[in-house]
Ligand binder design. Structure first.
Ligand code: 3HC
Length: 299
């Protein structure tokens, strides 16, 4: 895609809607709150998930306050700006709605088609999809030109990049709004084409896919980790897989394999590990103690 469009085309973002209240969505809801200081409304399929997402955000605000990163006044203000609900009509005034719901095309198409009937005609819709086609996600929209990819990396608070994905129908005002919003979030944004995995996940899928291939061919996971660590990566494959979530990791490999079967590996063992739940054992403080024995037995 061409470079960034004129900033003057960017629309104002005065209220943010977050669809999905899982780990990724809650992390970036907090970032929108902190950096934009506007009301953020967050939803999910049931009240329990909504409450869990809001509790995470409130907890993180408390940690920021304890570290002296936000004053108590600001912490109170941020807590007052976050609102969880299962009633999507409360999104009516959002001019920016971003989703991180289940990574399945039909689910994403449906949540946006529903949202389009609720928000104003010029509200921007953004998807945090990690490897689905943004164009396909917008297939059921009356106005697909207002849809853009906005892909965060975990941990959202510290990873500096956002991939802004320009789908064939994304218009300049939407793209400009995404670039200006990323800058307000204090992230570096790059505009990528709407291809499976965009840029970063393609490289990560290669790395993690080849690591899993080595495991599947008989080298123990601990050895693969130990062998790769000296390359200077910030995290060993096992730590990164647990961080993004084994289900998400397996899904990313599957999507890449489906799009480019000759170039990406699909690991059955990664699915078995995902069913088991986690790879590593951690202490109460979250420090890695080593591989979970049950996880290694499951493959
Ligand atoms: N949440 C919030 N903050 C976190 C965090 C988390 N989960 N993990 C670390 N941090 C913060 C720490 O609090 C610390 O902040 P401070 O300096 O202000 O106190 C800062 O990050 C550095 O933490 P550490 O001292 O523990 O630093 P490390 O050197 O261990 O770095 C890391 C941590 C930045 C997470 C580093 O290990 C890293 O870059 N790992 C790779 C992560 C990665 O590749 N992410 C992409 C995953 S793929 C993805 O998300 C796409 C999806 O579509 C699959």
């Amino acid at each position: 895609p061409a470079g960034a469009p004129d900033k003057a085309l960017a629309k104002k973002v005065t209220k943010v809607g977050v669809l999905g209240a899982g780990y990724m969505a809650s992390q970036f809801a907090l970032l929108f709150l902190r950096r934009l200081q506007v009301p953020v409304v967050i939803t999910d399929v049931d009240q329990e998930r909504v409450d869990k997402g809001v509790a995470y955000i409130v907890d993180e605000i408390g940690k920021l306050q304890d570290k002296g990163r936000v004053s108590s006044d600001e912490a109170n203000r941020l807590r007052a700006l976050i609102h969880g609900t299962t009633d999507k009509s409360e999104f009516a005034e959002c001019d920016w709605v971003i989703e991180a719901v289940f990574e399945e095309l039909g689910v994403k198409q449906d949540v946006f088609a529903e949202m389009e009937k609720i928000v104003a005609p010029d509200a921007v819709l953004a998807t945090n999809t990690s490897s689905l086609s943004v164009d396909a996600i917008g297939a059921k929209l009356a106005h697909p030109e207002r849809l853009v990819g906005f892909h965060f990396f975990t941990p959202v608070a510290v990873m500096p990049l956002i991939e802004v994905v320009k789908a064939p129908k994304t218009d300049d005002a939407t793209l400009s709004t995404a670039m200006v919003t990323a800058a307000r979030l204090k992230k570096n944004a790059v505009i990528t084409a709407d291809t499976p995995g965009f840029v970063v996940n393609r490289v990560l899928a290669k790395l993690l896919g080849e690591a899993m291939y080595a495991v599947d061919q008989g080298t123990p996971f601990e050895t693969v980790d130990k062998a790769i660590a000296p390359l200077g990566l910030p995290m060993a494959p096992s730590v990164l897989l647990d961080l993004v979530g084994l289900k998400v990791g397996a899904h990313v490999l599957d999507t890449h394999h489906a799009a480019f079967p000759d170039r990406f590996y699909r690991s059955e063992n990664l699915h078995k590990l995902a069913d088991y739940g986690k790879l590593l054992e951690k202490d109460a403080k979250g420090n890695v103690k080593g591989f979970d024995k049950g996880a290694l037995k499951s493959i």
